[in-house]
Design a protein around this ligand. Structure first.
Ligand SMILES: C[S@@+](CC[C@H](N)C(=O)[O-])C[C@H]1O[C@@H](n2cnc3c(N)ncnc32)[C@H](O)[C@@H]1O
Length: 246
């Protein structure tokens, strides 16, 4: 089986996310609520893709570094930076090591809709903890692990559409042609909720807030099932000041 990468689908991904502002994204405002005021802060946009989150944070006054593994998505991000300079720096880096990124240099790390794309969770989270300053925050959003294992879908019922889930305990890589987003193109790595929470603790990232936004407005009309169960899981964590575990 040939597994496609984000380099293979960079142009498609750029079109798929479109040009709407992050404020109009159904999930980003809930992440933003966990970050607090970013003006004047040094923020890392981890797995930044074509840079849509980095640009939003820079527009809010943050000093932003975008990191990603995909050279092609980074080229799109840099092209955007050349067209409208915001002072964002982009570097190619693998989230699992973040080689070349100095320890303790960021006030915050955001990873929007990408942890499920990264094969190894433990080294990724320990890299996040390493580059955060003590007391710094880590905010992330992922497709909700409880409602998005490989064998999940939707089924009509007399009460409306219901989300169906099988194989929750089967962790690892999956891809499905029936998915319209990235899991249908490059696949994703399914992990249980307990794997995520325990890995955060092991990395020394204390879980402070969790948010499971309910679909509203246009999104709920298009996908009513996501007004019944959450499509996305959002979490805000903090690196301890004493840094005992990281
Ligand atoms: C669904 S995209 C999200 C991109 C961006 N955060 C956004 O919201 O548009 C997932 C991203 O994870 C990146 N990625 C996957 N594995 C990675 C790794 N090991 N290290 C760094 N980035 C990685 C991909 O290149 C891609 O840009």
């Amino acid at each position: 089986m040939t597994v496609r990468t984000y380099d293979d689908i960079a142009a498609w991904y750029d079109r798929w996310v479109g040009t709407r502002s992050m404020r109009e994204d159904p999930f980003f405002p809930a992440v933003e609520a966990l970050m607090g005021d970013v003006a004047g802060r040094r923020i890392c946009d981890l797995a930044c893709g074509q840079g849509r989150v980095a640009r939003h944070l820079a527009d809010l006054g943050a000093s932003v570094v975008g990191l990603d593994r995909s050279a092609k998505l980074l080229a799109l991000a840099r092209r955007n930076e050349e067209a409208v300079p915001r002072g964002i720096e982009y570097f190619q880096a693998d989230a699992r090591s973040l080689d070349g990124v100095a320890d303790g240099t960021f006030d915050g790390v955001i990873c929007f809709m990408a942890l499920m794309d990264i094969p190894d969770l433990a080294p990724t989270l320990s890299s996040v903890a390493r580059i955060l300053r003590p007391g710094g925050w880590f905010a992330f959003a992922i497709i909700h692990p409880c409602y998005n294992p490989a064998q999940s879908g939707e089924m009509g019922s007399p009460e409306g559409v219901v989300r169906t889930v099988r194989g929750y305990f089967r962790e690892g890589y999956w891809r499905s042609d029936t998915r319209t987003g990235p899991p249908g193109k490059v696949g994703a790595y399914h992990r249980t909720l307990s794997t995520y929470i325990n890995a955060l603790t092991d990395a020394g990232l204390m879980l402070e807030r969790v948010s499971e936004p309910r679909a509203t407005g246009d999104f709920a009309e298009r996908r009513p099932v996501w007004a019944e169960v959450p499509a996305v899981l959002i979490a805000g964590c903090r690196k301890s000041v004493t840094n005992e575990r990281a």
